[in-house]
Structures are given as structure tokens and as C-alpha cells.
Design a protein around this ligand. Structure first.
Ligand code: SF4
Ligand code: SF4
Length: 69
């Protein structure tokens, strides 16, 4: 079965909604698949190693991350 991956909706993401501009979803991702270079910037997502745990989805206050089927 293919591993579920997540996708980031850049139209919904707004780092100003995250405390100190720090991406809550990137902070929640233990595997660092979702990374933010600098507070206030949108995170980058490299889903190739994503394990589909959905921790980032729960953490994002803007509902900007979705599981892709
Ligand atoms: S937690 Fe969501 S809204 Fe905040 S920076 Fe990350 S992806 Fe964007
Ligand atoms: S689903 Fe889990 S492993 Fe994948 S980016 Fe989100 S927190 Fe990281």
C-alpha cells in the first residue's frame, strides 16, 4: 500500500497565525519533513519520507495541510 503523504496549501498557510511566526506544524513533525528556515516564512515540505502520522495536520491552526490519498 502506498504511504500517505501530506500536501501544503500555500493559499491557506499564514505564519502570522502561528506563535512568533514559528510554524506549529513543522515543530510537530518529528521527522523534520516539514521544515521552516526562518520564523515568519512558509515551511517547505518534502513528503518523500512522510509517514502520514498527521501530527502536522492537527498542529496547523490554518488547516493548511491535508493528507493526499
Ligand atoms: S502551522 Fe500551518 S499556518 Fe502555521 S506556518 Fe505552518 S503550515 Fe502555515
Ligand atoms: S504527517 Fe507526520 S511525518 Fe508527515 S509531515 Fe506531517 S508530522 Fe511529518
Amino acid at each position: 500500500m502506498p504511504q500517505p503523504k501530506v500536501a501544503l496549501d500555500y493559499e491557506r498557510c499564514d505564519p502570522e497565525f502561528c506563535e512568533d511566526g514559528i510554524c506549529a506544524a513543522a515543530k510537530a513533525c518529528e521527522k523534520k519533513i516539514l521544515r521552516q528556515e526562518t520564523p515568519g516564512e512558509m515551511p517547505d515540505l518534502n513528503p518523500s519520507m512522510c509517514r502520514g502520522c498527521t501530527d502536522c495536520i492537527s498542529a496547523c491552526p490554518r488547516d493548511a495541510i491535508r493528507l493526499m490519498k
